[in-house]
Design a protein. Structure first.
Length: 400
């Protein structure tokens, strides 16, 4: 262990007492799981642990687990997510031989409690947001580690660096603990290589959301908003970068000339831009509501800015048509079309399809799943199976 990593670990250990006191005082099953105290017994046999940073990623993982369970019926799966009271994880969707627990807090003793009980034979982390303590403790326990859905652009790099206390050397050493890293695009692979990750460990497979057809949402919020918006045409502009804002706004104003009650739900590519965007639109004389403030659109609202994370499933359910942002300007990573299509929202997009081009093309034909999966004789076999997707036929509307 390097000197910088040793200092980082010691600094994190100082948090143990205060976090432990807070969780123990809560005295709830969720708090106990955050301290690594399991609520169920570990099953006998091979156990694969899959961790998701949020509920949306967790539901994508359950689709993968269903596919893998058909190939390896004797393998057990454990899915962990951080505690999230707003959008609870639906355990009813879990396949057979699959368990759910809240992930341990980023405190060494809690992660060690978790690992001592579950003893996973393999760990799969979805997204670059996985806590460094969890990765380091797992690696020290000699568990084969896989990182999938890894995206490392300027914004995510900044967030990851903050979790490593700004130390590039610590981030490099933590990422080197992974046996394999599966990235969403070539730029992420290049960024990882620049950090010193061996090219033999890096592959490019696109976002994991491609295998998920149902994003979760808060059902009470959906019912309330559906009643509020009854009779109004609604369209959703998802993951909109600054360069596309004026295009989306002009399209909305043009469409509003014939559909006077049309509502635009706009989700910027960064939730932190929501307030500034609302001010900008208000200065242009538009009537705007902001989701992060708890505001609800009324009959006079023209634009509803959805500046909260993890709620795309809600907006796709409410919108008849959805425009997928980052598809008009080159150099941006467009999101998977399966999210919107899986919830019945017709899709609009521009010419920039990036790594999803083949996926969009494949949506017009029924994809047959490869049934000749390798047996789980090694971590490599398992990792290869994770990359398989099951495309389905959906209606795609091209252009905007």
């Amino acid at each position: 262990m390097s000197f910088s990593l040793s200092l980082f670990m010691k600094a994190q250990t100082r948090r143990t007492a205060e976090v432990q006191i807070a969780l123990e005082s809560e005295n709830s099953p969720g708090a106990a799981e955050e301290m690594g105290i399991a609520s169920v017994e570990r099953p006998r046999g091979v156990l694969v642990w899959l961790h998701a940073p949020d509920v949306t990623k967790a539901h994508a993982l359950t689709k993968l687990i269903r596919q893998l369970s058909e190939d390896w019926p004797s393998v057990h799966f454990l899915v962990t997510t951080p505690r999230n009271d707003r959008i609870p994880f639906t355990t009813d969707a879990l396949p057979r031989h699959c368990f759910h627990q809240f992930s341990p807090a980023e405190v060494p003793i809690f992660v060690e409690n978790f690992l001592k009980h579950w003893k996973p034979d393999l760990a799969v982390f979805a997204g670059i947001d996985t806590g460094p303590i969890t990765v380091l403790c797992s690696s020290n326990s000699r568990i084969p580690l896989f990182l999938i859905d890894a995206k490392l652009d300027a914004r995510s790099f900044s967030g990851v660096r903050d979790r490593f206390s700004g130390q590039r050397s610590v981030m490099r050493e933590v990422l080197r603990r992974f046996n394999y890293i599966d990235t969403v695009d070539a730029s992420s692979a290049k960024a990882l290589s620049a950090l010193g990750i061996e090219g033999s460990r890096i592959t490019i497979s696109g976002p994991i959301e491609e295998v998920s057809t149902t994003l979760p949402c808060n059902e009470e919020d959906r019912i309330h908003l559906a009643k509020t918006l009854v009779g109004r045409p609604v369209w959703f502009a998802s993951n909109i970068p600054k360069v596309e804002e004026s295009i989306v706004l002009n399209a909305h104003m043009t469409a509003s000339r014939t559909a006077h009650r049309l509502l635009l739900i706009l989700s910027p590519d960064s939730s932190q831009r929501g307030s500034d965007l609302a001010d900008e639109f208000a200065q242009k004389g538009l009537r705007v509501k902001l989701r992060s403030l708890g505001e609800i659109p009324d009959d006079e609202t023209q634009i509803y800015i959805a500046d909260t994370d993890g709620e795309r499933g809600l907006w796709y359910r409410l919108a008849t048509v959805s425009f997928l942002g980052c598809s008009l300007a080159a150099g941006h990573a467009i999101q998977s079309p399966f999210e919107a299509a899986g919830l019945g929202s017709a899709i609009l997009h521009g010419p920039n399809l990036g790594t999803h081009r083949k996926v969009y093309e494949a949506l017009n034909s029924e994809g047959e799943r490869d049934r000749s999966a390798p047996q789980p004789n090694s971590p490599t076999d398992f990792f290869r199976s994770l990359r398989r997707t099951n495309p389905r036929r959906w209606r795609i509307l091209h252009g905007i």
